[in-house]
Design a protein around this ligand. Structure first.
Ligand SMILES: [Fe+2]
Length: 204
C-alpha cells in the first residue's frame, strides 16, 4: 500500500510563503486523495507491490487504457507531492544550496541565480496545471524540464532522477497568491530544503 509522506514540519511552518490553510488542504486533502485513488488503481492494474518509480517508468505495461490513465494521474499525483512536501522547510533569507549540488548547478547553469531564473521561468511558463523539475542523470549532469498535469521526468521516460520540483497547480498557491503564480514561484525559493535536494542528488 502506498502511503503519503508525513510532514516533517507544522502546517504553519512555511508561513508567510505558504499559509497553513494551503498546506492543510494541499497535503491533507489533495495529496491524500491521490494516494487513496492510486491504491485502488494500482490494485486493479496488478502493480501495487512495486515501487512507484518503477510503476511510473513502465506505464506501457498496463494494458487497459483507463486503468493506465488512472495510475498515471494518481501515481504521479502521489509521487510528485511526496517530492514536493519533503523538500520544503521554514523560510530562510538567502536560502541557497551547498555541497555537491551547488557545485553542479554552477557547472551546468553558470550560477545559482541563473539556474533559479531558468527554473522559475519554466514554472511560470507551464501552461495550465503542472510542474517544473530539476533532475539528474546517472553521471550527475542536471536537467530542467516541465510537465503537464501529473506527469514527471520518470513518466516522461527521461530516465533522470527528480531532485526538486515546483507545483504550479492553482491549488498550490491560489489561497495565498490568487492568480499571481510568478509571485508564488519567486517566494518558494525561500523554503526549499537544500539538504533534502542534496541527499537526493547523492542517492540518484
Ligand atoms: Fe499539488
Amino acid at each position: 500500500m502506498y502511503e503519503q509522506i508525513k510532514l516533517a514540519y507544522a502546517a504553519d511552518a512555511l508561513e508567510p510563503v505558504i499559509g497553513r490553510e494551503t498546506v492543510e488542504t494541499h497535503h491533507g486533502k489533495h495529496h491524500a486523495t491521490y494516494t487513496t485513488n492510486l491504491n485502488a488503481a494500482a490494485e486493479k492494474a496488478g502493480v501495487a507491490d512495486k515501487p512507484i518509480e518503477e510503476v511510473l517508468a513502465n506505464l506501457d505495461q498496463i494494458s487497459d487504457a483507463a486503468t493506465r490513465t488512472a495510475v498515471l494521474n494518481n501515481g504521479g499525483g502521489f509521487y510528485n507531492h511526496n517530492i514536493y512536501f519533503e523538500q520544503l522547510r521554514a523560510p530562510r533569507d538567502d536560502n541557497r544550496p551547498t555541497g555537491a549540488i551547488a557545485a553542479q548547478i554552477d557547472a551546468d547553469f553558470g550560477s545559482f541565480d541563473a539556474f533559479k531564473e531558468k527554473m522559475s521561468g519554466l514554472a511560470v511558463g507551464q501552461f495550465g496545471s503542472g510542474w517544473a523539475w530539476l533532475s539528474a542523470d546517472a553521471a550527475g549532469k542536471l536537467y530542467l524540464s516541465q510537465s503537464a498535469n501529473q506527469e514527471n521526468p520518470i513518466s516522461q521516460g527521461t530516465g533522470h532522477t527528480p531532485l526538486l520540483t515546483i507545483d504550479v497547480w492553482e491549488h498550490a498557491y491560489y489561497l495565498d497568491y490568487k492568480n499571481l503564480r510568478p509571485k508564488y514561484v519567486d517566494e518558494i525559493w525561500k523554503i526549499i530544503d537544500w539538504d533534502v535536494v542534496e541527499k537526493r542528488y547523492e542517492n540518484r
